[in-house]
Design a protein around this ligand. Structure first.
Ligand code: SF4
Length: 303
């Protein structure tokens, strides 16, 4: 993994944020592009949000990218551009919770802080053959932490969960912890951890307008109060602007978290001069503004 080479607080932090809810294989090319464009905290802190979001396009959960930028600015303003190395400062940074703080401090600074992600939780549940609360799992992570090499220990645990102690059919024959694993001994590995109750899907209908003027298309800035893709540039929705709704150009399904969205895009023609908050953007350059993968399904062929 590229972030394991030349580990630094900055590289560890960016990789940990990218890896949230996303697989290693998917993250690697994003990480490499990000490091090429923003090789250190100062380079990131001086970037425009638009540039950061463009590099994030396709990774989803865009709040993560916005928080990276906010955090880089904060580190430059309050810590002279050096990543802080104490827990209270790290956890107060935007987008950083207990897991990410523990990962940065242990891997990049060799400080004795544990980590607990889904993979580590699964290993602990199976080792003890118990469904434990988050609080009890953190206590275990704290208790078993190797204080001499906390970074190696945490990465080994996470990797054990990711590669050997797989959610379905774990490879117990290759597991270095099998000798002390209660679930393995009782052949109850697949009972732990207890399955999470999934949130039911919320179904939504989004109807957008494709409005062109020569080589440009009309984009609309989604508001702060939007539930999804807030503050993102997108296509205007039917009803947001004064426009005629014409032929259906495209339709499809898109999923964001537990929202299942039926998307339809209609040809539109504008009845007002300067709708706001909107802008005309060159059609060949739309991917600079439309960062969510949703828009790939919406743009008419050839755009
Ligand atoms: S023995 Fe099997 S179930 Fe137990 S920790 Fe190892 S891989 Fe997981």
């Amino acid at each position: 993994m590229p972030w394991r080479k030349h580990p630094s607080p900055y590289r560890t932090w960016v990789s940990e944020i990218m890896l949230q809810q996303t697989t290693v294989a998917f993250v690697i090319p994003y990480f490499e592009r990000f490091m090429k464009k923003f090789p250190d905290i100062r380079a990131l802190a001086s970037a425009k949000e638009e540039e950061v979001l463009a590099l994030w396009a396709g990774l989803g959960y865009y709040l993560r990218a916005k928080n990276l930028l906010l955090t880089a600015k904060k580190i430059v303003a309050e810590h002279g551009g050096a990543f802080p190395d104490d827990f209270d400062s790290v956890i107060s940074l935007p987008g950083i919770g207990r897991y990410t703080a523990g990962a940065i401090l242990s891997i990049a600074f060799q400080k004795p802080y544990p980590v607990l992600d889904g993979n580590v939780s699964r290993v602990f549940s199976r080792l003890t053959a118990q469904n434990k609360t988050q609080g009890r799992l953190w206590e275990m992570a704290e208790k078993f932490l190797d204080r001499e090499s906390p970074g190696d220990w945490n990465q080994a645990l996470m990797e054990l969960g990711a590669t050997i102690c797989a959610p379905e059919n774990p490879h117990c024959g290759r597991c270095p912890a099998a000798f002390s694993c209660k679930a393995f001994k009782a052949k109850t590995q697949n009972l732990f951890p207890a399955p999470k109750i999934k949130k039911p899907f919320v179904k939504l209908n989004w109807n957008f307008l494709w409005i062109e003027k020569g080589e440009k298309a009309l984009l609309w800035k989604r508001g702060e109060s939007e539930k999804l893709l807030k503050n993102h540039w997108g296509l205007p929705e039917v009803g947001q602007i004064n426009a005629e709704v014409g032929a259906l150009l495209k339709s499809g399904m898109h999923t964001i978290t537990h929202h299942q969205i039926r998307v339809r895009v209609y040809q539109g023609s504008l009845n007002e001069k300067n709708p706001a908050p909107a802008k005309w953007a060159p059609k060949r350059d739309l991917s600079r503004f439309l960062v969510s993968s949703l828009w790939k399904k919406c743009l008419p062929e050839g755009n």
